[in-house]
Design a protein around this ligand. Sequence first.
Ligand SMILES: C=C(O[C@H]1C=CC=C(C(=O)O)[C@@H]1O)C(=O)O
Ligand SMILES: [Mg+2]
Length: 469
Amino acid sequence: MVTIQETELKDGIRSAIDRSKNFNRPILVSEVHKIDIINPLSFFYAGRKLFRGERFYWKDPSDKTIIIGLGKMMQIQSDQSTDRFFHVEREWEQFLEDAIIPDNHNIHGVGPTIFGGFSFDPLKPRTKLWSKFSHSLFHLPKYMLSIMEGQAYLTTNIVCTKNDDESLADKIMNERTELLTQVVKPTFEKWNLPFKIEEINPEPWKHSVEKLVKDLQEGSLKKVVLARELRLIFNQSIKVEQVLHHLLNEQKESFVFAFESNGDCFIGASPERLVKKDGEKLFSTCLAGSIARGASKEEDQHLGAQLLTDQKNLNEHQFVVDMIKSEMDAFCSEINIPKEPKLMKMRYIQHLYTPVSGISKADTSLLKVVEHLHPTPALGGMPKNEAIEKIREVEELDRGFYAAPIGWLDKFGSGEFAVAIRSGLIQGNEASLFAGCGIVENSDAESEFLETRIKFRPMLNALGGNINE
Ligand SMILES: C=C(O[C@H]1C=CC=C(C(=O)O)[C@@H]1O)C(=O)O
Ligand SMILES: [Mg+2]
């Protein structure tokens, strides 16, 4: 068990209450403790009693950044469609302005950090499916475990108002001690399997791909990503911890994320970084073009070689490289993009992959880069706005947070956003899974359909289902 010895929380809370009286607004006090390593899933699980429905989980593919948040001390939310990225950034900066942060660790992703994301398209009318998520939604957790390069830190964030008094410190310290006693390895009862798996309108989806291919051949559109939904029904509530446990074990090369809002949970294992900002360093990823993994090593290599020379997939990929390059160029004083894609091999699928890195110009903010990159032609299409309009028009699906940026932003302005694909929305005993693919002028509807089936697999397996048999 982790125990926290000394605490400056009392002093911090006292000053925050005073400051809150003077400024007449809530004031954050944020305290960081270096702690012994604890299992991140156990920490997430420990939050189920007090914070279920308000937790998040984040792990990057290298395992160097793991951040788990429990509770919601403050949220930034909005349904506005214009300036939504700027709005989040401004609110976050203003909120931090008068905060009390006696943290001398100065490590990215430690101390005050918000986690959340954006919907794919704020102009698409929201359906009941996504009623628990606004178009921009970020949470500042109450307790946050960060495991950065193998070192663990516990952040406690408390927002004080003028009506609070010093007894708040004792309450928090008791609650935190109680929480840390709950950090035990989750135990799962028998695997709970879905009793119904429904592919939503597969034939109409194929027809819309066929129709789109004609549009692509005849008009100015070059590429559009079309997605579809799979609906799973269970006879009892789905345990988010169990799904996470499976994703963490099976999708080690992915970003694994979970974001609970008002009880629903958006969860997934995405191979695709949108952008990472580490001080002045920027990183992005071009990922598009896909083929299955082989059953044997030889077949796998053969499929990989086929993908690397397949013109349809190379075209699909190149649109992404061109767009990301031109957007990143504007933000970087230096940029590095290999000329040829390589393979990224995930458990069930291989992709064409071109990494992008650069040094950002002064005053480049992470959310500004997110705004310019979202959606890349791996999720939207080319040209960007026409493709988004097309998706809005022809897709039956309410994408919500699927295919949109999800990630974290710290007090230094550093952070990382992945593209929330290979994902699903868990709602009690039901789950909606999402998968899409890049349609270009020589796409074949049946092959694209089969490609989405492969892309459902990470989430489907984590939920105990199968549609490939
Ligand atoms: C849109 C998805 O994947 C994108 C990312 C990689 C490869 C893709 C493709 O080959 O079509 C897609 O552009 C998804 O998984 O739902
Ligand atoms: Mg594809």
